[in-house]
Design a protein around this ligand. Sequence first.
Ligand SMILES: *Cc1c(COP(=O)(O)O)cnc(C)c1O
Length: 496
Amino acid sequence: MKYQSTRSEDYLYTSAQAIKTGLAPDGGLFVPEKFVRLGADEIKQLSEMSYNEKAFNILRNFLTDFSDDEIKNCVNLAYNKQNFETESIAPVYKLNSQVYFLELWHGCSHAFKDMALQILPHLLACSIKKTSEERCAFVLVATSGDTGKAALEGFKNVPGTKIAVFYPENGVSEIQRLQMITQEGENVSVAAIRGNFDDTQSAVKGIFTDEGFNSELDGKGYILSSANSINWGRLVPQIVYYFSSYCDLMQNEEIKPDEMINFVVPTGNFGDILAGYYAKLLGLPVNRLICASNKNNILTDFVNTGVYDINRSFYTTSSPSMDILISSNLERFLFDITGRDFARIKSWMKDLQQQGRYEVPTITKNKIKEVMWAGYCGEEDTLMSIKDTFEAYDYIMDPHTAVAKNVYDQYLFETGDTTKTIILSTASPFKFNKSVMTALKGDEVGNAGEFKLLEMLSSVSGMKIPESLLGLKNKEIRFEDALSSNEIKDFVRRYC
Ligand SMILES: *Cc1c(COP(=O)(O)O)cnc(C)c1O
């Protein structure tokens, strides 16, 4: 199977080439030429397999230029006991007879980004080998918090790779910042950028299309690569857990084979929910994908009005990984929804870049609404959602998951839909302990420091504090740079 750009028909790449390159040369994103469809029998077969076997069977539909052994090897290097604290990798928690949480945060950085970023470095290293590439891959990452740590852990000391992570100076939680600036490894570097996530992402994206800088690095033996969810190698592993959670419900007889279910996805860059859409294209019985946003509700507006407009205020919220105005992967979704109309996509993306706005026609808007329902949740409601769910069910959600739960409650109220629903739970509450404790205990939290908060949360929840978070207390700080976005190139040069 080959991959084309969302903006032209000029490139047909193998998956290894697409993963190595990250962004298509025309600025578009790589998408598979076509999707195979798995039948009910195949989904039934999957339900009898381990997570790793499921991953292998799904990935091989997309990575057709990889050998079976190569795929298995990548899968097993990623999903194992060293990297994940649960054997099932992504367990499903039953909240009540209709609602389940898919917990995607049992990996080493305690956010769902591990699901993809533990395997991406191996897919990339393999892709480099397969394309006879001799240069070292220099991976550039713009992060709104969780990607950074997960990528650093995934790439740490992987031969043939180096990684530089950039995060918005005031846009990440204290735990997230500590996780990144204390990162170990020979091939890693980290810097804060003065600005918000979109500034950071735009600056990093600009470097990928900067021909002069690319050839300068080429001369030094480096090729730029990306670990953001614009990279196909990051997206494809995320399809797996939609199947695994569905199969788990089937195995436990919570649903009948072929029964339709909903997924609620706390959304930022649109990668996670796009993987759910791709799972649907692959044949998973998905009724509705519910797109949950925080106060930065640009996607809610887009789904409901057909207008995508970034000329609006940007808010820093308690769910920072969703503080995004430009959701890059929406481009891939629109490509499919418009029947692969790359000329249209190209012109919308040009409008977005020049005017910060584009509008899709009614027919497109209606098609989007057939598969998606969108809502958003403000700051106060996020905290209330954490508190109410804890009081009703003794279950503690992080703020991103709480946004999803609140939006699901709105969906239920508005539609009365009784379809069984899986809410994607994307971070451990310990990673956002300040917001979670404030939700549960209000003013009692006062000025408690991060490590005091971890203890408080542990005693309220009865959950054990993850070792790696406790250990941050005594770790050496390795990266203290704060840069303006035009200093990124010099920073990269320093680590070449
Ligand atoms: C990244 C992230 C999200 C948003 O996922 P996207 O793929 O960017 O839409 C939601 N929650 C958490 C905790 C995250 O780290």
